[in-house]
Design a protein. Sequence first.
Length: 228
Amino acid sequence: MCYGNNSTMKFTVSNILTLLLVVSIYGILIFFLHGKIPDAATIIQFIRELYKTYGYFIVFFGAILEGIFLVGNYVPGSAVILLGAAISRSGELQFPLIILFGNIGLQIGYSINYMLGRYGWYHVLARFGLEAGIDKTKKKLEENDRKTIFLGYISITTAAFVSTAAGVLRMPFKRFMILSIISQLCWSLLWGSIAYFLGFAIVEIALKYFAYIALAIGIVWIVKYVLK
């Protein structure tokens, strides 16, 4: 009993020290970079100019990468699409075209997931410890594919997972595409409309207080890990 308590205490102290180290490093970075990072207005103007010139291409290719399973975890495709929707409120881009190109890109990504799942990616995924999740999603698809795909497409991350499972299950491709297009279009219109009506207000707030938001997220994540 005594040994177990000491082990737990060491584990807790170790994680607390890790948290303090991360916070300290972050604080030092803020101190030295303060005043050297462009302000929110400058960054927003740069983003506007970038989207004004390459907006539809950015949304399209960002959506493709975001839609591909695992790859999307490292690409901010969702933010790219929502930024396009937000900018379209100013008239520099057309909202319907942002939704169109975003959805086409996502469907390409989902189709890649489906094909790789159907023709062998399942064995590769198992090596990442995702076999249980794939099997669980397969069972849900077998029970009610329409409900599973629609609810699974609430976010691009889960949609990539569901589309891969659909391929592993060998769901008819035509049916998969119909359900995929309808589901993604519904959620895209919802999230895109929210971004459109909020405009750049939320972006300005996020950029203005980015350092504090990032620090808060980091602390919450580490604390969650410690208490896990």
